[in-house]
Design a protein around this ligand. Structure first.
Ligand code: BG6
Length: 636
């Protein structure tokens, strides 16, 4: 009701303002900034006098182009008119973000008001409060590097899925930007081949695709040329409001998101051009960057510094797509909303934790990128470490982004710097199996001959805090292994004074509980328990309490990029990496990476399709650990 009333008021005041204008306004008041400000202020004051604060709040979009005195005038008038509301309320409304949301709203992935706590303000985003409403904003998403693999395989399909699910603001436009010369139609053709509807959502799929494609445009340009971004800016403006004047009247903000799907050596050029020539004049401008964020502490800090010449920290969304995976997202729910887990989550009950990533294919075609980074930088320092941080952090004060990220930083900073003795590296070699031959890493034509870059690594990490003192966190990541999988394995301690000891024989490790969180494929959570085999004998076996997602939730699980894109649009930063988090992550791995490279440590060769180098077993054994994924009772 309030909403309708507010709209009626806005409409009436607009008519009034058009008919009756004070001062010497030019007729073209939409294009005349000064008179626009006067008009807007005038209408805001009218609203304040004659209507409700909620309607006045809708004029926020206008006030963002008005000066701050206009904002404070509005605050004063509002506080005089609405005496029962303490003046501080209006100062709060005018001076800060208003978190009330009504009408259409997209929700961030945790359903929590997005970004309610933020350590830094988006300085370039001059609005002081926001009431997000269907009519109020447009969002333009520019995928820079639109003809690349990531864009085609992940980003455009994720954007389409969000559109299909109504999880993207109603007024959106998508732009592809790359050097390749393409027309809008050619770009639509290119991406239409990659779009798919979920199996359970086939209704109107082709109509939806068509509608989506009509919102996609293309601009070709160089990555480091500001004039090319100015042209993009013009095209963005055209789409954002061919009726710019009307858009201003209804207070529509033009928000812009840039997704940098490009090699890291051109990040800074693109950010410079985009921020100088194509950032939003009225709404927010955000930039999503994909790893690699440097190669070590120093290069990462330099990259952050360079990006911050053009962007504030709050505008930078560093993506780690593992944080968008369903089971990783579920980690906090599992820990913090089940009494049976959280009390056991410490050195007192947990013997070791294993974070395992394996792929059953090699670097095929990506050798050029990969050889410069290796598996530790590609998987461990980011994907596995992020999972570890979420797994091991203390309970955050709330689910707000900064509270969670503060806890992650704390746990990362409590970690011991990784030592060379606690690392094993490997590289796959060619192998023939069943009449088929598989290439060695160095057979990849994009990989330099004699490369020592590891395609496999195992590492033992430790968190030196009260909760985790002495508990090994073992990581293992490899390409061209016998299986493709990502999982977390939590091995619990022995039951003290176990009455059934003799039923287990001498190997008590085999009888301990193990909790497995299988991130992919076939998402599942299962707990290995000891159980009596039914019958007259007292025979025990290990069984699983099994939550298999496919059986329990008959829906298709969204791709990680969907969740992350939705959150970036919504300004929810919880699943993105803050710069101090990144620094802490690099601090753990940088010394060992340097040592491996300086000492030219040769990786242990393992056959393509095998279980990896034997050194990984010895590393685990050194810390009294057995890899859970290789045990005989592992249910894979
Ligand atoms: C990327 C790595 O970050 O993650 C790739 O650069 C890896 O090397 C990929 O293949 C794995 O992602 P996913 O989602 O397929 O497990």
């Amino acid at each position: 009701m309030d909403k309708i009333w507010a709209k009626v008021q806005i409409f009436a005041i607009n008519i009034l303002a058009i008919v009756w204008r004070p001062g010497d306004e030019s007729d073209d008041w939409c294009s005349n900034e000064r008179s626009t400000i006067n008009q807007l202020l005038h209408r805001a004051l009218l609203l304040a006098r004659y209507s409700s604060p909620m309607a006045a709040a809708c004029f926020h979009g206008h006030l963002s182009c008005a000066s701050s005195p206009a904002s404070s005038n509005l605050g004063l008038v509002l506080s005089r008119k609405y005496k029962p509301w303490p003046a501080s309320t209006f100062h709060l409304i005018v001076g800060q973000e208003l978190v009330t949301r009504w009408g259409f709203q997209i929700k961030s992935s945790n359903g929590y008001p997005p970004n309610v706590v933020s350590s830094q303000k988006e300085e370039q985003y001059t609005e002081h409060f926001k009431v997000e409403q269907e009519l109020e904003s447009t969002v333009s998403i520019t995928v820079v590097g639109a003809s690349g693999d990531l864009a085609k395989k992940k980003i455009f399909p994720a954007l389409f899925a969000l559109f299909y699910e109504d999880c993207i603001p109603k007024h959106f436009t998508i732009f592809g930007y790359a050097r390749t010369r393409l027309t809008d139609e050619e770009m639509r053709n290119m991406i239409s081949k990659t779009l798919a509807c979920r199996i359970d959502k086939r209704a109107n799929c082709s109509d939806k695709m068509e509608q989506f494609l009509q919102r996609c445009f293309y601009h070709s340009g160089e990555y480091g040329l500001e004039e090319n971004f100015s042209e993009l800016d013009r095209k963005l403006k055209e789409q954002e409001g061919s009726m710019q004047c009307l858009a201003q009247i209804v207070g529509r903000l033009a928000n812009r998101l840039f997704y940098l799907s490009i090699p890291p050596n051109i990040f800074v050029d693109v950010v410079r051009c985009a921020s100088r020539s194509a950032s939003s004049p009225t709404g927010w401008t955000r930039v999503i960057v994909e790893k690699p964020f440097g190669r070590d502490s120093q290069s990462s800090a330099e990259l952050t510094q360079s990006l911050k010449q053009y962007l504030t920290e709050d505008q930078i969304f560093r993506i780690d797509h593992y944080l968008g995976k369903e089971l990783v997202e579920n980690l906090s729910v599992l820990r913090f909303s089940n009494l049976v887990f959280e009390p056991l989550w410490s050195r007192q009950f947990i013997r070791n934790v294993q974070l395992i990533f394996s792929e059953d294919f090699g670097t095929e075609g990506r050798g050029g990128y990969f050889d410069n980074y290796g598996i530790i930088r590609d998987i461990m320092q980011n994907h596995l470490l992020q999972i570890l941080a979420l797994f091991a952090m203390e309970t955050p004060v709330s689910l707000a982004a900064e509270d969670i990220r503060n806890e992650k930083v704390k746990v990362l900073r409590s970690m011991r710097v990784l030592q060379l003795d606690d690392v094993v590296v490997g590289q796959y070699k060619g192998h023939t199996k069943g009449g088929r031959s598989y290439p060695a890493y160095v057979d990849d034509p994009t990989v330099p001959k004699g490369s020592l870059t590891p395609t496999f690594a195992a590492a033992a990490l430790f968190i030196d805090n009260a909760r985790w003192d002495g508990v090994p966190f073992l990581m293992k990541a490899g390409k061209a292994l016998h299986t493709g999988r990502a999982e977390i394995r939590v091995q619990f301690r022995h039951v003290p004074g176990n009455l059934y000891k003799r039923n287990f024989g001498s190997d008590l490790d085999k009888a301990t509980n193990e909790l497995v969180i299988r991130v992919q494929p076939d998402e599942a959570i299962y707990l290995k328990i000891n159980n009596k085999v039914p019958g007259l004998n007292m025979r025990l076996d290990r069984s699983n309490l099994n939550l298999l997602y496919a059986a329990r939730y008959p829906i298709e699980i969204p791709d990680a990029y969907e969740r992350l894109l939705m959150d970036a649009i919504e300004g929810e930063r919880r699943l993105f990496i803050r710069s101090d988090e990144l620094d802490a992550a690099w601090a753990i791995f940088t010394p060992v990476l340097k040592e491996l490279e300086e000492k030219r440590i040769a990786p242990e060769l393992y056959p393509y399709g095998s279980r990896g180098p034997v050194g990984a077993y010895y590393l685990a054994a050194k810390h009294n650990v057995r890899w859970g994924d290789l045990s005989s009772d592992n249910n894979s």
